[in-house]
Design a binder for this molecule. Structure first.
Ligand SMILES: [Fe+2]
Length: 233
């Protein structure tokens, strides 16, 4: 099982504030049955260049790797990535493809918490059409109140993919909608979006429990199996 969205790398964003916390989060994910974790630290172009980010990310990853090695334990496979914050003109950023998830063309894109303008939608459409990058919209459920009717379908028509947070499935108010979207094939990735062990811990297992109430193990397995195709294409 893959966790597509996490803030586990230590001391790089508002996620893990120490390498010990990173290790604790990884242990929690392992116990929840997660075998692969995408490390998607925040990237905000206004704050740093892609090169600076990649350098900081490498330092954080090296620190974590030393600790993993020292522990002598098995941990989930780790993939380096980023949660890239959208800004108008992002498609012109030359280094954008260096921010895709390791071994894939998938770019986890975080949109502003505001109505998405036509400019943004057209820019992302063009980015997908003219580059090898596949955009994955991060935690789409956060934006429902900003999106016009039919926007999700429009994103899917563009060839974009959709990630939701685990909480979308287990929150009482959103569970029904999450299960409906899952059934309709409008969700491609689930992420814990974990930031720490206390207030925003990994709870991917609770999303799976919610899915199991409605879907067979075979269809849940198939969902995770399908992810390999998105990651390889
Ligand atoms: Fe995030």
């Amino acid at each position: 099982m893959l966790d597509f969205h996490s803030h586990i790398l230590p001391e790089i964003d508002d996620g893990a504030q120490s390498v010990e916390e990173s290790i604790s989060m990884l242990k929690m994910l392992k116990e929840q049955g997660v075998s692969t974790v995408a490390l998607t630290s925040h990237y905000i172009a206004m704050d740093e260049s892609p090169d600076e980010f990649l350098e900081n990310r490498k330092a954080a990853f090296d620190k974590l790797s030393v600790e993993i090695e020292k522990s002598g334990e098995d941990f989930p496979e780790l993939l380096l990535g980023a949660e890239v914050y959208y800004y108008p003109g992002i498609s012109k950023m030359e280094e954008l493809s260096s921010l895709t998830l390791e071994g894939t063309n998938l770019l986890l894109l975080e949109m502003p918490m505001a109505p998405w303008g036509e400019y943004a939608l057209r820019e992302i459409d063009e980015l997908i059409y003219t580059s090898s990058i596949t955009v994955v919209f991060a935690h789409i459920e956060r934006y429902f109140k900003y999106l016009k009717k039919g926007t999700i379908e429009r994103l899917l028509d563009m060839g974009a993919l959709i990630q939701v947070n685990a909480s979308f499935f287990f929150s009482r108010h959103t569970k029904k909608k999450a299960l409906k979207m899952f059934k309709e094939g409008k969700i491609h990735f689930i992420g814990s979006d974990c930031h720490n062990t206390q207030h925003r811990p990994p709870r991917i297992n609770e999303a799976i429990d919610a899915l199991k109430e409605k879907f067979s193990s075979e269809s849940i397995d198939e969902f995770f199996e399908n992810q390999k195709n998105y990651m390889n294409s």
